[in-house]
Design a protein around this ligand. Structure first.
Ligand SMILES: Nc1ncnc2c1ncn2[C@@H]1O[C@H](COP(=O)(O)OP(=O)(O)O)[C@@H](O)[C@H]1O
Ligand SMILES: [Mg+2]
Length: 285
């Protein structure tokens, strides 16, 4: 696999180097991921797609420094990640807003932890809320916000302290199709307006989302997860930004990428079936 060779145009900010992770399950050691290598160049959006249970969240947790690899190394700016990685903002799969705090106070949390003075923190939190279109909802509590709005607050909270890298785990997962597209559109705009380009690792099971946003898509086959394919994309995000997400998805290039990745995902599943008797049996039933 030439994942690292393919990305040599830009320096790698994150390097996943021959990483494996085992867990103990039913008293037996099982691999969640096995011998995975890829690089995330600075300033790029790299999407990771793969079946459920293929180790996507495990990978993000290792980049965030919340989990250690069993073998191999995760490097950030060239140095092994050995503690909680303060350079990354992490938007997890779950709604982690504090119900007793307003939207503004939820966004402010990260700044309070960094002991930013209150006035300054309020100002930055307000600006971050405005960037996601929620300036009018600063005083609302999470229960008073829709699902899409809560995702926006989470996004604001993740970018408010200017992380160098954004880790996103199925960020728009539970939303309906129209809300998702709206959020994707706003997120692309947010990315484009940053003075310092954000590096993004986006985990998603939505191939359309991956193709719309990413410079590179990494396809994992599970389980244990391995990198089964790396695809470099050109022009789609730019089109989504200028003509809109919906219009960009009508283009032949978009369809071509989608097809290609869809086939790769299924290929990965077939390979897994060939190696696992219980799955092969199921397939022939
Ligand atoms: N704390 C844990 N203990 C045991 N097994 C785990 C743990 N976390 C994850 N796993 C296993 O590792 C594999 C990958 O999990 P995960 O990274 O959550 O996958 P994904 O995010 O792609 O759905 C799964 O088979 C899961 O059951
Ligand atoms: Mg997950």
């Amino acid at each position: 696999m030439s994942a690292i060779a393919e990305t040599e145009q830009r320096p790698a900010l994150i390097q996943i180097d021959k990483v494996s992770k085992t867990y103990v399950r039913n008293k037996a050691l099982t691999y969640a991921i096995e011998d995975i290598s890829f690089a995330v160049p600075a300033g790029e959006v790299v999407a990771i797609v793969g079946p459920s249970g293929s180790g996507k969240s495990t990978l993000l947790n290792m980049i965030a420094g919340l989990l250690r690899p069993t073998s191999g190394v995760v490097r950030y700016s060239g140095a092994p990640v050995a503690a909680v990685n303060t350079k990354v903002g992490y938007m997890t799969q779950h709604d982690t807003l504090l119900p007793w705090r307003t939207a503004l106070a939820n966004v402010r949390v990260a700044l309070e932890i960094q002991a930013v003075p209150r006035k300054d923190a309020d100002e930055r939190a307000r600006k971050a809320l405005a960037d996601v279109g929620l300036e009018a909802f600063a005083k609302h509590y999470p229960t008073q916000l829709s699902g899409g709005m809560r995702k926006r607050v989470q996004l604001a909270r993740t970018v408010v302290y200017n992380p160098q890298t954004l880790l996103m785990d199925e960020p728009f997962g539970a939303l309906d199709a129209i809300l998702r597209v709206n959020l994707q559109q706003d997120f692309l705009r947010l990315l484009a307006t940053r003075a310092e380009p954000l590096t993004v690792v986006l985990v998603t099971h939505d191939l359309e989302e991956a193709v719309t946003m990413a410079d590179q898509v990494i396809v994992l086959s599970g389980s244990p997860a391995r990198v089964s394919h790396v695809e470099r994309l050109r022009g789609i995000r730019e089109a989504a930004l200028s003509t809109g997400v919906v219009e960009a998805r009508r283009s032949p290039e978009f369809g071509r990428y989608l097809n290609l990745l869809w086939n790769q995902l299924h290929l990965g599943r077939d390979l897994r079936g060939a190696g696992a008797p219980e799955l092969r049996e199921e397939a022939t039933r």
